[in-house]
Design a protein around this ligand. Structure first.
Ligand code: PLP
Length: 397
């Protein structure tokens, strides 16, 4: 049996979503840009999907631009915002963004832009005074995530947006992890541009959306055909678009039931903290997504925990990324200033509407013994653990 608790990485395609999209991978293969009615009928379903996505976001259908993924949305949003105000050369973002933001910012720095990376505190939260201090009349764009993919920590996007607007900057939000998990109403929002990705909300991979506020001076990133009213060239991924429309409709219904997900998440969190010593919830004190928990298990490696969980059929994810053969700790947890003993031993569990109590209880059953065995083998034996703890304390003070 598979226990899938890695839904922030990707989600299972909902069976109803699959049913909705399949005809567009088989008999209804027409191109919506064609002049004949065989293609034209496909154009109608694209507009239906656009309306479904708009409904989930409290947006207007014309503000929805279909694309391929969250990474494309983020790249496009940044380039569009800079093109809209070419005289401005400053960007404000945060240290905990997804690489699809950070890598673009690093690239732009090499091309003469200045980027301010706002810090986070130990709970993963921003200091809005720091944002205020970073803003200037030359700030073209503020881009922040809605919710962090590793910790689930939610940023106060509307407050951020108000500050951005006060300085005449465009405001982009990477809402890839938030859409479908928390209610979003763009009709009453300060957000100009918002990124979402289908595969995080039970649609398949390869479909996404960039929301572009009506009246925003948008410059396309992909040039070519005039699909999406000239805002994104490329033949439509019809099946993906239909799938995302259905997934958005289902996500809207699910928003009323996220309390159940949060209860299961809390059951997991409290269960682990109660039965395993030296554990801590990273970002636990901040507002968080209902489906995410990131737990630090001191004195052991996250990768070892994942390996053992995998043998039990449990899928989770570590806070660490394997870069060039070396195990670098997560940039998010590092930015939170977490001690060494937590940085290297953190695991993210992310739930979905498919998660069952039985799955959570399975994790709670296997985890204490698994952690005890790893700690017994850990090179950080008790003496070293004590030494590390002292070192962490010394660093913290
Ligand atoms: N932004 C965030 C916060 C994410 O978590 C992800 C994916 O994990 C992305 C952007 C990139 O989305 P995609 O995989 O659709 O390119």
């Amino acid at each position: 049996m598979l226990t899938y608790l890695d839904n922030n990485a990707t989600t299972r395609t909902d069976p109803d979503v699959l049913t909705a999209m399949l005809p567009y991978l088989s008999e209804l293969y027409g191109n919506p840009s064609s002049m004949h009615s065989f293609g034209g009928q496909v154009g109608a379903v694209i507009e239906e999907a656009r309306a479904q996505v708009a409904q989930l976001l409290g947006a207007e259908p014309t503000e929805i631009v279909f694309n391929s993924c969250g990474s494309e949305g983020n790249n496009t949003a940044i380039h569009a915002a800079l093109a809209a105000q070419p005289e401005k050369r400053h960007i404000v973002t945060t240290v905990v963004e997804h690489p699809a933001i950070l890598a673009v910012c690093k690239h732009l720095e090499k091309r003469g832009y200045t980027v301010t990376y706002l810090s986070v505190d130990g709970r993963g939260e921003l200091d809005l005074m720091e944002l205020e201090a970073a803003m200037t009349g030359g700030t073209a764009l503020v881009t922040t995530m809605y919710a962090n993919n590793e910790t689930g920590v939610i940023f106060p996007v509307e407050q951020i947006g108000e500050i951005a607007k006060a300085y005449g900057a465009a405001f982009h939000v990477d809402a890839v992890q938030a859409v479908g998990k928390v209610p979003i109403n763009l009709a009453t929002s300060t957000i100009d541009l918002l990124t979402l990705s289908g595969h995080k909300l039970h649609a398949p991979k390869g479909i996404g959306v960039l929301y572009v506020r009506k009246g925003f001076r948008f410059r396309p990133f992909l040039l070519g055909g005039h699909q999406e009213r000239g805002r994104r060239a490329g033949t439509h991924n019809v099946a993906g678009i239909v799938a995302l429309g259905k997934a958005a409709e289902l996500a809207q219904i699910n928003l009323a039931h996220t309390k159940r997900e949060a209860e299961l998440r809390d059951l997991l969190e409290y269960g682990i903290l109660a039965t395993i010593p030296d554990t801590v919830v990273n970002g636990g004190g901040a507002p968080r997504l209902p489906n995410t928990t990131n737990i630090g298990f001191k004195y052991i490696e996250g990768e070892a925990i994942l390996f053992m969980l995998n043998r039990e059929g449990i899928c989770a994810s570590s806070g660490s990324a394997c870069t060039s053969g070396s195990l670098d700790p997560s940039h998010v947890l590092t930015a939170m200033g977490l001690p060494y003993t937590i940085l290297h031993g953190s695991i993210r569990f992310s739930l979905s509407r498919y998660t069952t109590e039985a799955e959570i209880r399975q994790v709670l059953t296997v985890m204490p013994d698994l952690v005890e065995r790893l700690r017994a083998m850990s090179p950080f034996n008790n003496d070293q653990a004590e030494w590390l703890q002292k070192r962490d304390l010394a660093v913290a003070t």
